[in-house]
Write a protein that binds this ligand. Structure first.
Ligand code: SF4
Ligand code: F3S
Length: 235
């Protein structure tokens, strides 16, 4: 057990003219997660505290937030992994705050949908399944791990400065289909991303790769999409 100070970003657009922080003193176990602390505050101190959560096991991507200034999933961030005795929890940046730790994800999903993140194959269909080798599957295995938490896009300074930039999460999900040997939509997706608000807004800052809770090599994937646009092939 150790004693910590938990500082929470609070903002209720119906009653507040500007955000403020509420502070709590808590005793925590090394294995307590940030999400556990938020549940304690909501359950026993202030039921109006608002935050997103669903699976609580790092799969749904709902609880992305800033913990001590870094984008994390609250359900995967343990007290033993945070240094010091102060924990500051704030909403992810670059998207409008709706209430407390909840941001409006709509702009994020508009960008995501713009790259056609779904399987496209209008050719003749095989009698059974589409056959794919292990090597072909490995080509997009990493980017297929995305859980759409938004931690990457909302840690990207290029996105903060202009939210018309499609952002790393959208490019990751385009990559997942562009390099799928069964898909036929690569040329159209590459054309969409070959735009002033597409891949070239990426300045190789790497915040996205650091923030990803799924450890996807995001900057590498963006580089592969840039290369495919420049070379005109998917090698
Ligand atoms: Fe989250 Fe990683 Fe997907 Fe970005 S690429 S949305 S950080 S899982
Ligand atoms: Fe942004 Fe990641 Fe590129 S942080 S600039 S998308 S490498």
């Amino acid at each position: 057990m150790k004693k910590i100070t938990l500082k929470l970003f609070r903002y209720n657009p119906e009653t507040d003219t500007k955000p403020h922080y509420d502070t709590y003193k808590l005793e925590v176990e090394p294995t307590d997660r940030v999400l556990d602390l938020l549940e304690r505050i909501k359950g026993y101190e202030d039921g109006t505290l608002s935050f997103r959560r669903s699976c609580a096991h790092g799969v749904c991507g709902s609880c992305a937030m800033r913990v001590n200034g870094e984008n994390k999933l609250a359900c995967k961030t343990l007290m033993q992994d945070l240094s010091g005795n102060k924990v500051v929890v704030e909403p992810i940046l670059g998207l409008p705050v709706k209430k407390d730790l909840i941001v409006d994800m709509e702009p994020f999903f508009i960008n995501y949908k713009s790259v056609m993140p779904y399987f496209i194959n209008n050719g003749s269909q095989p009698e059974k399944e589409h056959i794919q080798s292990i090597e072909e599957q490995e080509r997009f295995d990493d980017t297929a791990k995305c859980i759409l938490c938004g931690a990457c896009t909302t840690s990207c300074p290029s996105f903060w400065s202009n939210d018309e930039y499609v952002g790393p999460a959208a490019i990751v999900n385009a990559h997942r289909f562009i390099f799928d040997s069964r898909d036929q939509g690569a040329a159209e997706r590459l054309q969409i991303l070959n735009d002033q608000f597409g891949v070239y807004r990426c300045r190789t800052i790497f915040n996205c790769t650091v923030a990803c809770p799924r450890e996807i090599e995001i900057t590498k994937a963006i580089g592969e999409v840039k290369k495919a646009i420049a070379s005109g092939n998917l090698e």
